[in-house]
Design a protein around this ligand. Structure first.
Ligand SMILES: [Zn+2]
Length: 460
């Protein structure tokens, strides 16, 4: 099966050119002007359109059990939504709680994902406890191609590591050559603030922010930097939201820590006033760390331009407003955190980033595709347009205007954090390893075609 994408402007993190892309047997086989069209080739005219490498979302929760319920998506609904928005590969988290076993959990996730996704995917493995038994399981996890360990400094007793376990986990990660995505917040500071606020009767969603102000996040990043410095581990700060946290990561980097920084699309575009909306509406915007200020957004955009912030993810966590977010009525500490975003990260980043002159086209590709692929061992199979790379491609119409709404989105969740926003620029055609998954903006993909991608350690 051959596919030819003709006459589009091909954009990678390194530059652009108008050319054709020829794909065969799931891979890109030729790039050049006026390529021949062998009989039986499917031809897509990309004149006046961009051709981007498939986008990679490095931080997604498709299946996540919590507090007796779970996130709403399945691999079918999440992969369909991802593809409609131009994301052709995502990284979910296998998330064992402290009393659960990593390998058992991996089987649970496999039962939900294998044979059910329309796009490729892989996992991070959460490490929520550390002892000899866990260590041997983690070695097996890496042998099975999961080469990143997620750790939480918050949520102690559930998924968070104890302080005494941090360095042993980082040392093992260093030895195995795996990178460590880390949720950086000081658990004890959060506990104390939550207790005080609730005792004062400050129970609405607008108080969530005040239980986790910037100092709580910055303190977590500082601790991670110290542990990474002592162990030599390669670390990745997930969902960075504020200037204080960014400054701590940069201080670590200047001391030689191998640290990479992620932010999420919501932290670039939404500020804390959303979580202050009346009538419990703010609960839609409760996440941890919380939405911050406009000045923080400016700092994150500047960091992206200057390469100090490496990636833009979503932390996609779809929980319904009715029935799930509502569990926290009368007590903000019981509101499930997170926003849905997997479908609209790419159009939002293009529209508000490239479209508003905050990012160049090459920077946009780098932070939403190439860097996530590179940092997590998917590159050059994913994250670029090159001969031999997977033919995961996005033909993107820079002029199409679309209004985002829960009424029309594909994500299996009852609200959209960007309800009523209009974006300019939208994926027209999306391919997964050479096969059409979206055509003229409609999903035409195949459930079960998406594969688990086993990864090699890269930090050796
Ligand atoms: Zn997350």
């Amino acid at each position: 099966m051959a596919l030819l994408i003709q006459n589009g402007e091909i954009v990678t993190d390194a530059g652009r050119q108008v050319a054709d892309v020829h794909c065969e047997d799931e891979q890109i086989t030729r790039i050049g002007r006026d390529l021949a069209v062998p009989p039986g080739t499917t031809v897509i005219d990309a004149t006046g359109k961009y051709v981007f490498p498939g986008f990679v979302d490095p931080h997604v929760h498709v299946y996540l059990p919590f507090a007796g319920t779970q996130t709403r998506d399945t691999y079918e609904t999440a992969s369909r939504a991802a593809l409609l928005g131009g994301t052709t590969c995502f990284i979910d988290f296998v998330n064992p709680e402290r009393d659960q076993e990593p390998l058992e959990c991996l089987e649970t996730w496999n039962a939900r994902s294998r044979g059910k996704s329309a796009c490729d995917f892989t996992y991070h493995m959460t490490v929520s406890r550390f002892d000899a038994g866990i260590e041997s399981q983690l070695r097996e996890v890496v042998a099975r191609g999961i080469t990143s360990f997620k750790i939480y400094l918050a949520y102690k007793g559930i998924v968070g590591l104890e302080n005494s376990e941090l360095e042993p986990v980082l040392r093992l990660a260093r030895e195995l050559g795996v990178i460590v995505p880390t949720h950086c917040e000081n658990a004890e500071m959060i506990d104390q603030r939550q207790r005080e606020l609730i005792a004062e009767g400050k129970t609405g969603p607008e108080w969530h922010y005040w239980s986790r102000p910037p100092v709580v996040e910055a303190d977590g990043v500082r601790r991670l930097m110290m542990c990474a410095e002592r162990t030599g581990a390669h670390v990745y700060v997930v969902h960075t939201t504020c200037r204080e946290a960014l400054a701590e990561a940069e201080a670590g980097r200047q001391r030689g820590v191998d640290v990479h920084v992620e932010t999420c699309i919501q932290h670039l575009l939404l500020d804390k006033s959303y979580a202050e909306r009346p009538g419990f509406e703010g609960a839609k915007y409760v996440m941890s760390p919380p939405l911050r200020d406009k000045a923080d957004q400016d700092a994150l955009w500047a960091g992206l331009r200057e390469g100090r912030v490496n990636t833009v993810a979503t932390d996609h966590a779809p929980t319904n407003f009715e029935g799930q977010k509502s569990m926290g009525k009368g007590d903000f500490t019981k509101i499930p955190g997170g926003v849905p975003g997997i479908e609209h990260r790419v159009p939002l980043l293009f529209s508000r980033g490239v479209g508003q002159n905050r990012l160049s086209l090459e920077q946009f590709v780098r932070i939403a595709s190439t860097e996530p692929a590179r940092l997590f061992g998917l590159y050059p199979r994913k994250g670029t347009i090159a001969i031999g790379s997977d033919a995961d491609l996005v033909v993107f119409d820079p002029d199409r205007e679309t209004t985002l709404s829960a009424k029309t989105h594909a994500m299996n969740v009852d609200y959209n954090a960007y309800e009523g926003w209009t974006v300019k620029g939208w994926p027209k055609t999306v391919t997964v390893r050479g096969q059409l998954a979206v055509h003229d903006g409609e999903f035409v993909g195949e459930m079960g075609r998406g594969e688990f991608i086993a990864r090699e350690p890269i930090c050796v």
